[in-house]
Design a binder for this molecule. Structure first.
Ligand SMILES: [Zn+2]
Length: 75
């Protein structure tokens, strides 16, 4: 592979742009952007926080399964 071809494919890669999943800002998909696909560390943490909050909605189900398993242990 010639150097020109490698440089060309590298340029195509750096031209890739994605939307930040948190705030929808256009983010360049480059190796120098360690927050990708997010635009910043703040957005990355924000998204992780939302994910954690979503997980907290589950305890109702977990309780139900706990009661069930307790009953099974009694029998
Ligand atoms: Zn963002």
């Amino acid at each position: 592979m010639s150097n020109t071809l490698i440089l060309q494919s590298l340029k195509e890669m750096t031209d890739l742009v994605v939307n930040c999943p948190s705030c929808n800002t256009l983010v360049a998909w480059v190796t120098s952007n360690r927050h990708r696909p997010f635009c910043s560390d703040r957005c990355r943490i924000l998204d992780l926080g939302e994910w954690a909050v979503g997980k907290r909605g589950l305890p109702a189900d977990a309780e139900y399964y706990d009661v069930k398993s307790e009953k099974l242990n009694e029998e």
